[in-house]
Design a protein around this ligand. Sequence first.
Ligand code: VGL
Ligand code: ZN
Length: 211
Amino acid sequence: MSLSLRSTDALLVIDMQNDFLPGGALAVKDGDAIIPGINELAAKFEHVILTQDWHPRGHISFASTHGKQPFFSTVEAPYGTQTLWPDHCLQGSRGAELHPGLDIPHAELILRKGFRQNIDSYSAFTENDRTTPTGLAGYLRERGLQRLFLTGLAYDFCVGYSALAAVKLGFEVLVVEDLSRAVGLPGTIDATNNAFAAQSVQRITSSALRD
Ligand code: VGL
Ligand code: ZN
């Protein structure tokens, strides 16, 4: 399969921040392996948007906020079950910075998400209450950007939730699988793949975009 890019395409680079990369507070295994490929792919896109997970101290998604252990504990939020994580991507911290190896100077927008104390936001479009919009859909629509290619971290959380939210909002969505890596909690990768299949999120490899 080979795809030609259009001027109405956008590349979304999700959460390529120090805390999600090896050595970070919520490191995704081999997350750094995808940096060169993302840089290379981004150079082919006229429109690139970066996202940044951006939490305040005492955020609802931090296990420490609830006196619990991260990864396998949850809390019941008004909007449903929230998985608890180690403290990560604190606003203004080094861990929240985009990885210095990311080389996408022409990126047009850095969208921050997860900044509300009591709502987490895996998705770059709709927060975890499935109601609060981040504004990204409006930004893309107003600029006529219709087909979205997603890369970054983590496949089974922020990339997956962003892809599913975008499809629901009427965008065409392709996830570039070799330029993403998963956290891999029990069942999360299968659940992501099943939801992609059910909701017409396409999975491609970056080789489809090689010219
Ligand atoms: C993410 C867990 C918590 C992600 C963000 O970027 O996938 N995962 N916050
Ligand atoms: Zn987070």
